[in-house]
Design a protein around this ligand. Structure first.
Ligand code: TYD
Length: 338
């Protein structure tokens, strides 16, 4: 079984690669990644010597890169490659359209051209927009409100259209917020945890009462694995845990775990267009495919914070970009295709 993970050097992609190699003996995993700011091969340095794993440098928004990759064939393609940070999409939306729209279009076209039998597109609950009450299910309207969410929604719609028009074997997944080891320190949990360790103040947007739903990486990996194997082609699946809370409640837990108090919090101007609440209905995945989240939030957040505590070098090098330079030179040296 050959599985291509695009965006495999990022947080979720690298966790998925590690999950697949740990779970299956006879699997070949190709990591295709352009090593942009959030792509970090040190996330996978422990796998360098595993003969089942290989790395190819490339960008999904370049058609020639995608065709070179998929022309070699694969059983499954899982696309994690994306621009994912809402704040960046407000500052520079261009990159989001390039990667999240053109990149997905290129993948869909190459999947058709080279007859790849299964393509799983990783997407987000943010496409449904703010849900003030109740939950979004797979039939809910797309009402994206940030350039990030709009670019993901556009990619998802291209997947849907390609499945309907051409019979492209694509499945789209919408997930709640991820957390766990190796998340780039621009997102709430790693940014706050690492800054609190250093005694720095952390910026709470607006009143901090925005609600997010959280899933631990391993639970998400299991869901994607199941969907890749048993999901219905042409359909979408929500992946949620029901574990929802206002940001400030989560931030209180981060303060407790890092030994800090409220004086570390700085209430700052709210993010423009900040979605007040997300909430996913994930009954379809649970009843049709039998998936359940296993990690309790309190346990998962404790493990995650402990991981950041044990990896100060990873954090420092991520923040300075040092890992990227080091690994690019290492891979050049080893004759890989960086
Ligand atoms: P984030 O991790 O950026 O994920 P998303 O915006 O995709 O949900 O943010 C999670 C929540 O935390 C979101 O409501 C915005 C808020 N937030 C802050 O209050 N301060 C921050 O510095 C960041 C990065 C996020």
């Amino acid at each position: 079984m050959k599985i291509i993970i695009t965006g495999g050097a990022g947080f979720m992609g690298s966790n998925m690669i590690r999950y697949l190699l740990r779970t299956y003996k006879d699997v070949e995993v190709v990591n295709f990644d352009d090593l942009t700011y959030a792509g970090n091969l040190s996330n996978l340095s422990d796998l360098d010597l595993d003969p089942r794993y290989s790395f190819v440098k490339g960008n999904i928004s370049k058609r020639e890169d995608v065709e070179a990759l998929l022309s070699k064939g694969a059983d499954v393609l899982i696309n994690y490659a994306a621009e994912t940070h809402v704040d960046r999409s407000i500052l520079d939306p261009d990159a989001f359209v390039q990667t999240n729209v053109m990149g997905v279009h290129n993948l869909l076209e190459a999947v058709r051209k080279f007859s790849i039998p299964r393509y799983v597109q990783i997407s987000t609950d943010e496409v449904y927009g703010a849900v003030m009450e109740g939950e979004s299910d797979e039939q809910s309207r797309f009402e994206p409100r940030s350039p990030y969410a709009a670019s993901k929604a556009a990619g998802d719609l291209l997947c849907h259209a390609s499945a309907v028009t051409f019979g492209t074997p694509v499945i789209v997944t919408h997930s709640v917020n991820f957390y766990g080891p190796y998340q780039f320190p621009e997102k709430l949990i790693p940014l706050f945890t690492t800054n609190l360790f250093d005694g720095k103040k952390v910026p709470v947007y607006g009143d901090g009462l925005q609600v997010r739903e959280w899933i631990f990486t391993e639970d998400h990996c299991r869901a994607i694995d199941l969907i890749a194997q048993k999901g219905n082609i042409g359909e979408a699946y929500n992946i949620g845990t029901g574990h929802r809370m206002p940001n400030i409640e989560l931030i209180q837990q981060l303060l407790k775990h890092t030994g800090r108090d409220e004086s570390s919090l700085e209430y700052v101007l709210d993010r423009p267009g900040h979605d007040r609440r997300y909430a996913l209905n994930s009954q379809k995945l649970r009843t049709e495919l039998g998936w359940e989240p296993k990690m309790r939030f309190e346990e998962g957040i404790a493990q995650t914070i402990e991981w950041y505590k044990q990896h100060p070098e990873w954090i420092a090098n991520c923040k300075s970009g040092a890992y990227k330079d080091y690994y690019e030179s290492q891979y050049k040296h080893k004759g890989h295709s960086v």
